[in-house]
Structure formats: structure tokens, C-alpha cells
Ligand binder design. Structure first.
Ligand SMILES: *[C@@H]1O[C@H](CO)[C@@H](O)[C@H](O)[C@H]1NC(C)=O
Ligand SMILES: *[C@@H]1O[C@H](CO)[C@@H](O)[C@H](O)[C@H]1NC(C)=O
Ligand SMILES: *[C@@H]1O[C@H](CO)[C@@H](O)[C@H](O)[C@H]1NC(C)=O
Ligand SMILES: *[C@@H]1O[C@H](CO)[C@@H](O)[C@H](O)[C@H]1NC(C)=O
Ligand SMILES: *[C@@H]1O[C@H](CO)[C@@H](O)[C@H](O)[C@H]1NC(C)=O
Ligand SMILES: CC(=O)N[C@H]1CO[C@H](CO)[C@@H](O)[C@@H]1O
Length: 394
């Protein structure tokens, strides 16, 4: 209940700030088009290579079918490239080179990127897991040495489109984790950093999705309005820096395990209106629209927990059993959803927790990805042909 009081207070402060400024009328907010339509999606080559080990493991067990299903993930499914440090900006250059090589005919290719390097990152863990700290000029470094070059790289590649997910795991802490001193301190840094990124990434070929955590975090009825208000605050801050600043929408469930349309309503969702990610998008949308904001979503289905895999919604580490979810771009029946996507590349461990034998965060966990292939829902189509040597072109 301490947390509840905290966010009610924060909300009251926000509401006061918002009522002083004129509300943008919905008609004035620029309507953008769904950027995924009619485009090919960039398939990350380095992720495909990691899956060679998974294919070999299935082949060693004479499991030709699952080896062929893994080949489908490696060769045909688009995932996102995470850019999480200043040195990691080279990942954008690699993505651009590979996406250009992938282009066939006249169809444009859209590249999925994650921008993830705020100072004091992961505040609820009590300390920054990232490379930048606000006490060491982190916000300034974030702006000048991370966001500025990021914007330069994507704006120069006008022949490609980019969908950029902004800072997973950040603004949610402004809603629920204000009782943690490090998060209370980090909130204004997060707001200023994200507003700056929005203001600098305004190009016709760039489509921004600010991270909206997931239904199990911000989807509770009491959290919906404060969530929309914090997005409105940050977009208004971006417009102060660049009057043309706008976002396309929000990303949800990045690296989490919630289904899009849940087959089973889990007990731990209790009274939440957001008991799967489609319901979360639908329940948040009217609050966003009331703030004059767009209400478009992309939803990560890179890993989905099987029914009853979790005893609590908060379980987040190498959840088992889980499977690959609906494919990126598959048809969906929620008008707020631009696209199903795979943002978290399945196979990288969440940490040495969850399923037994899990390695440290980020390390490859082959037994886990084998399970994701076997439990994929819908089942993955097999690809029996080995990759043509077209990758030699790269
Ligand atoms: C809409 O876009 C136009 C042209 O890019 C810009 O001049 C205008 O300020 C934008 N309006 C809003 C409300 O963002
Ligand atoms: C796989 O199949 C080969 C050839 O049929 C056989 O020799 C081998 O023992 C099998 N391996 C396993 C692990 O079943
Ligand atoms: C929060 O910021 C204040 C003022 O800068 C500082 O004194 C305090 O140590 C910070 N607390 C944490 C937990 O970072
Ligand atoms: C969920 O709750 C219902 C009603 O209390 C109970 O019958 C059922 O066993 C619970 N399911 C699980 C998986 O705990
Ligand atoms: C979409 O379809 C699923 C499965 O048929 C259904 O459970 C869900 O309620 C539908 N959602 C919407 C927004 O129509
Ligand atoms: C942005 C977001 O919701 N992040 C969450 C994604 O899921 C992982 C695993 O559940 C959580 O640790 C993150 O907080």
C-alpha cells in the first residue's frame, strides 16, 4: 500500500502540471500510418548464427523436425537489435548493411532496434546495470554520445525504415517504484532522457515506440491513467525541444512472457482488466487518447509462458515451460496493435534463475531455446533447406 500512496501523490503532481498547459486537441495530433504495412522485416543474421548450435543439438538427437523448425527461426523470422552501450552503436551499422543485403526488389525493409542505455538504468535493482550514471554526467553523455550518434546513423539510411523501441523497463518505475529511493531519483533523469531521444529521432523513416512495460505491471486499473499521464508529460517535454516531435506508439511486454490473446485466464491476474497483452492495449488506449496521444502498440511475443507456467505474474526469469509465440506480422484482431513482433531474441538467458542450469544474463541458453522451439504456439513451420550461401554477400 505504500507504493499505492506514492503513485497517487505522483499522479496528483502530474495532473496539476498538465492542467496548466493547454491540452492538445486530438485533431491537432499528427496521424501517422502503420509503418509495418507493405514492408519486409530485417532478419538479424547474428541471431540466426547463434541458432546453429540449437540446430546441431536437435540433429544430434535425430530430431529432424525440430532442427528444421529452428532453421525457420534462424532464416525467416525478424527480431530486434538491442543497442545498449555507446560502443554498441556499431550494431546499427551492421543492421543497416545486412538489411540492405536482404532487400529484394522494390519492397522497403524495416529494421527493428531497441534504444536502451538511460543513466541509472534498472533502478529497482537498487543500482545501475548500465554504463551511465547520473552522478557522473551520465545524462549529458547519454544525449551527446549515445542519442545524437544514434539519430545520425538512422537518419542517414533513408532507404530503410526503422522501428525503435525506447527504453524498456524505465517509465514504469515512475508509476510503481517511487518508494525505492534510487528510482525516485532516477525518474526525472528517465523523463528528460526519453524526451530528448524523442525530440532527436524525428525523421520520416523512423517510427518511435515508447516502452509501456506490460499488462502485469501497468495494466492494473489504478495504474492506467498515471501511465497515460507520464507519456503525455514526456511527449510534451519532447515538443518543447522540437515542436514537430511525435511518437507512433508504445511497445509492451518486451522480454516478458505474457500471451497476446490468453487461452487461459491465470488466477494471478485477479481483477486486472489487462489479463493478456491485447486487453492491456485496449484498456490503456482510451486513457492515451484522452491525453491527445496516439494509441498504437507493438507487442513482443518472442517468448510466451505456457498456461500455468507461472505461479505469480511477477515471475520473469527463464520462465518454463514457455514457447515462441505468434510470428511477427501475423494477423491480429486488435485495431490498436500495429504489429506482433519478437523484440527479445529467445535464447539469451534472463539471468542465473528460473529454469535449472540457466547461465548469467545475456549468455546463450541452448536448452531453453530448444524448449521454445518445441513449445512454439502456433507450431513453427519446418525449413529443411540449409541456408543458401547468400550470407556471403554480406
Ligand atoms: C504535424 O506535422 C506538421 C508537419 O510535420 C507540423 O508542422 C505540425 O507541428 C505537427 N503537429 C503536431 C500537433 O504535432
Ligand atoms: C540417429 O540415427 C542414426 C542413423 O539412423 C543412428 O545411427 C544413431 O544412433 C541415431 N542417434 C540417436 C541419438 O538416436
Ligand atoms: C538521491 O539524490 C539525492 C540528492 O542528489 C542524494 O543525496 C541521494 O544520495 C540519492 N539517493 C539515492 C538512493 O541515489
Ligand atoms: C484458480 O482458482 C480456482 C478457484 O479458486 C481454483 O479452483 C483453481 O485450482 C486455481 N488454479 C490454479 C492453477 O491454481
Ligand atoms: C481476438 O480473438 C481472440 C481469440 O479468438 C479473442 O479471445 C479476443 O477476445 C479477440 N480480441 C478482440 C479485441 O477482438
Ligand atoms: C518493459 C517490461 O515490461 N519489462 C519487463 C519485461 O519482462 C521482464 C521479465 O518479466 C521484466 O523483468 C521486465 O521488467
Amino acid at each position: 500500500m505504500v507504493q499505492l500512496t506514492q503513485f497517487v501523490l505522483a499522479t496528483a503532481a502530474l495532473a496539476g502540471a498538465a492542467s496548466a498547459a493547454p491540452k492538445p486537441s486530438p485533431a491537432a495530433s499528427n496521424v501517422t500510418v502503420n509503418p509495418w504495412i507493405g514492408k519486409d522485416r530485417y532478419i538479424v543474421q547474428s541471431y540466426g548464427k547463434k541458432l546453429d548450435r540449437t540446430i546441431a543439438a536437435f540433429e544430434a538427437k535425430n530430431d529432424t523436425l525440430n532442427a528444421a523448425r529452428t532453421r525457420t527461426v534462424a532464416q525467416k523470422i525478424s527480431t530486434f537489435t538491442w543497442v545498449t552501450t555507446r560502443a554498441g552503436l556499431t550494431g546499427i551499422t551492421t543492421a543497416i548493411t545486412e538489411a540492405r543485403a536482404q532487400r529484394k526488389g522494390r519492397k522497403k525493409v524495416i529494421v527493428g532496434l531497441v534504444l536502451y542505455n538511460l543513466p541509472d538504468r534498472d533502478c529497482s535493482a537498487g543500482e545501475s546495470a548500465g554504463e551511465l550514471s547520473s552522478v557522473n554526467d551520465g545524462l549529458n553523455l547519454y544525449k551527446t554520445e549515445f542519442v545524437d550518434p544514434y539519430a545520425k546513423l538512422v537518419s542517414a539510411a533513408k532507404d530503410l525504415d526503422f522501428a525503435i523501441v525506447l527504453e524498456p523497463d524505465s517509465l514504469g518505475n515512475a508509476i510503481t517504484n517511487q518508494a525505492i529511493p534510487f528510482c525516485a531519483n532516477a525518474t526525472s533523469v528517465y523523463e528528460e532522457g526519453i524526451a530528448y531521444a524523442i525530440s532527436k529521432l524525428q525523421f520520416p523513416n523512423v517510427h518511435l515506440y515508447v516502452d509501456a512495460a506490460h499488462g502485469g505491471w501497468l495494466g492494473w486499473a489504478d495504474n492506467l491513467k498515471p501511465t497515460a499521464q507520464i507519456f503525455a508529460k514526456v511527449v510534451a517535454m519532447a515538443k518543447k525541444l522540437n515542436p514537430a516531435a511525435k511518437i507512433r506508439g508504445y511497445s509492451t511486454n518486451v522480454s516478458n512472457y505474457n500471451p497476446f490473446n490468453a487461452k487461459v485466464r491465470e488466477n494471478y491476474t485477479e481483477w486486472s482488466p489487462s489479463w493478456d497483452e491485447s486487453h492491456y492495449a485496449s484498456s490503456l488506449a482510451p486513457y492515451l487518447e484522452a491525453e491527445g496521444l496516439p494509441s498504437n502498440f507493438i507487442i513482443d511475443q518472442g517468448r510466451v509462458a505456457l498456461p500455468h507456467a507461472r505461479a505469480e505474474w511477477g515471475e520473469w526469469c527463464n520462465v518454463a515451460p514457455a514457447g515462441f509465440g505468434e510470428l511477427p506480422g501475423s494477423k491480429n484482431n486488435n485495431t490498436h496493435v500495429d504489429s506482433i513482433v519478437w523484440i527479445k531474441p529467445g535464447g539469451e538467458s534472463d539471468g542465473a534463475c528460473g529454469l535449472e542450469g540457466a547461465p548469467a544474463a545475456g549468455a546463450w541458453f541452448d536448452e531453453y531455446v530448444q524448449m521454445l522451439v518445441q513449445n512454439a504456439d502456433p507450431p513453427l513451420a519446418p525449413t529443411y533447406a540449409k541456408k543458401p550461401t547468400s550470407s556471403a554477400r554480406l
